[in-house]
Design a protein around this ligand. Structure first.
Ligand SMILES: *[C@@H]1O[C@H](CO)[C@@H](O)[C@H](O)[C@H]1NC(C)=O
Length: 573
């Protein structure tokens, strides 16, 4: 994906407290799941569905969301994307919000699903809808209850080159390590034929999912999962995968085995187990696990009070105001962007002054450890640091950079490590390079530019920076913010993205503190709708964003560099 970085980097996502009120007449469905770690998905649904819509809150939320769309989102483009994404992106979200405003819902949960899926249909990783009633307060990406199966799926290649859906060969190892307190429940729930034999399904070829070809389920998930324009990338999210993170290699279960809402109760799989000829049908239940930061409750009323109601920091904070820590337990991390695992480790406050571009993926947070058999056995080459790990393959000529994130707690140390890791690989004999950005959710825009620049050397496409044509979105709210910052000197510490001092013009000259860099807007008509952008803006990474020890020549022949991934990554070049 190619993004114009700054206006997208700015969009930190919206979160809203739920439009929730209590239905006094119903018996209490949330009491059924209160105080338990593992519950049946249908009981979570019953709790969620007992929360009624508060019409006044619903209308406020829709009004605010609607007004923010022109701020950072690409909604006019998304009405009908051009080829090759014309089949994938065709959602008029403004029209959809008008429909939702007038529609009546049985419950707040039904409203949430409609809103959530509507925003997901934008297939835009920078626009998300997250409702704190169903997602944890402290971590956007963690659902209040996460729905699990102990059998993640993989696409495996047969010797003849065909690809087939399988239960991941490592499924039982992962599930018994991650769910030690639930694995027996699953063992006992497989029916008389397979009771206690969960492990024998690891690696099995999946012939049907709920009686239909597996890709029916893959495609159904791709329709509702959002975040990525390309259908194939959304298909990949169904399967298990891995990510290099600062704390080691993480296993990602995939959307089949891990759902952020209690959508399914069980799955029927028709499988061919390893060393078996005859297809067999097994029913495996989903189980819902309470999220680590879901607040305790005893009934619907306390569920809403503790998990759904807005707190002062729910929608951001005043960077010059009182410290958020005064909100104690309800305090939210300093920057909403910093909450997303995809850019872990969370950058320090100073480092965050560098532009950041991350995917706001509301898939459940993964803290599942990659089984030892799947972890690279080669030693990491010097220079490796956090989510950037370097290896020299046994052929002694292929270097690998496993780069699970463009983020780091220390921007300068991170950029230095990228250079020293590549130099180490070269000094050990590497003449060709594999850069693996699987599940890299983004991070520092200038770290990506730096990596590109040091690999391929100084060229017209890398100096002063990779050929980005940066313009900011120029909606009415953005224009008002810039005017206010200038008129009232609102941002003496240069904390705000819209401060003119954060930007340079097309000739890479910095704007002055009182230059209204959004004036005059450059009008554009997109899908028949009036839209507006800023003037062309200059590069943001040099001279201040790059270390001084920038090499004069390319480290690798660009023809000998390949980038591999599952499509699920954010790039800026
Ligand atoms: C959303 O905002 C547009 C103006 O940008 C307005 O025409 C429309 O009525 C609003 N929709 C809702 C549902 O408030």
């Amino acid at each position: 994906m190619v993004f114009t970085p700054k206006y997208l980097a700015a969009f930190a996502g919206l979160s809203f407290a739920s439009a929730a009120v209590l239905d006094e007449r119903a018996p209490d469905p949330c009491a059924t799941i209160a105080g338990q770690k593992w519950v049946a998905p249908k009981d979570v649904r019953a709790c969620y569905s007992s929360i009624k819509v508060d019409e006044a809150l619903k209308s406020n939320i829709i009004e605010v969301v609607n007004k923010t769309l022109a701020f950072h989102a690409s909604t006019n483009y998304q009405i009908q994307a051009p080829a090759p994404f014309d089949k994938d992106v065709h959602e008029d979200i403004v029209a959809t919000l008008a429909r939702i405003k007038n529609q009546k819902y049985k419950s707040d949960y039904d409203l949430h699903i409609d809103l959530s899926r509507s925003f997901k249909r934008l297939n835009d990783g920078h626009v998300v809808w997250i409702n704190r009633c169903y997602y944890s307060y402290l971590t956007f990406s963690q659902a209040a209850f996460v729905n699990y199966l102990p059998i993640p799926l993989s696409l495996l290649s047969a010797p003849d080159g065909t690809q087939n859906v399988h239960i991941s060969p490592e499924a039982f190892t992962v599930a018994s390590a991650e769910f030690p307190d639930q694995i027996q429940f699953w063992q006992d729930s497989l029916g008389p034929l397979y009771k206690g034999k969960l492990e024998s399904f690891s690696g099995a070829k999946v012939l049907l999912i709920n009686g239909l070809p597996p890709f029916n389920a893959v495609d159904a998930n791709a329709k509702i999962i959002g975040s990525y324009q390309a259908q194939t990338t959304r298909q990949n999210g169904f399967f298990s995968s891995y990510q290099a993170t600062a704390s080691g290699w993480t296993y990602i279960m995939g959307n089949f085995a891990q759902q952020s809402l209690p959508l399914d109760d069980y799955v029927f799989l028709t499988v061919q187990r390893t060393n078996h000829l005859i297809p067999e049908v097994v029913r495996i239940p989903y189980r819902s696990r309470m999220g680590a930061s879901t607040k305790a409750f005893t009934d619907v009323k306390s569920y809403i009070a503790n998990n759904c109601v807005a707190v002062p920091a729910t929608n951001g904070k005043d960077v010059y105001g009182a410290s958020v820590s005064s909100f104690s337990a309800d305090a939210e991390p300093e920057s909403p962007v910093a909450e997303f695992q995809q850019q872990a480790p969370v950058p320090a406050k100073v480092a965050r002054k560098h532009p950041i571009n991350v995917i706001l993926d509301s898939s459940p947070l993964s803290d599942v450890v990659l089984p030892p058999t799947l972890v690279p056995s080669l030693p990491a080459v010097p220079g490796s640091r956090n989510a950037a790990q370097f290896y020299l393959l046994k052929d002694k000529k292929t270097g690998v950079l496993a780069l699970g994130s463009f983020s780091d707690s220390d921007y300068n140390a991170f950029l230095d490590s990228l250079l020293s890791g590549l130099v180490s690989l070269k000094s050990q004999g590497a003449t060709q390079l594999v850069v693996d950005v699987t599940n890299n959710g983004g991070g520092f825009v200038c770290a990506a530019h730096w990596l590109h620049r040091i690999i391929v050397g100084p060229k017209s496409t890398t100096t002063p920076q990779a050929g980005l044509d940066t313009q900011a979105r120029n909606g009415p709210l953005a224009q008002l913010i810039v005017k206010e910052i200038i008129k009232n000197n609102l941002d003496p510490d240069v904390e705000l993205l819209y401060n003119p001092l954060q930007w340079t013009n097309a000739n890479h000259q910095p704007f002055g503190a009182s230059d209204d860099w959004l004036q005059p807007p450059v009008p554009k008509t997109i899908n028949g709708k009036a839209d507006a952008f800023s003037q062309r803006l200059g590069q943001e990474c040099q001279p201040n964003g790059f270390p001084a020890n920038i090499p004069d020549t390319a480290l690798f022949d660009p023809k000998k560099v390949v980038i591999v991934s599952n499509g699920r990554y954010v790039t800026t070049t």
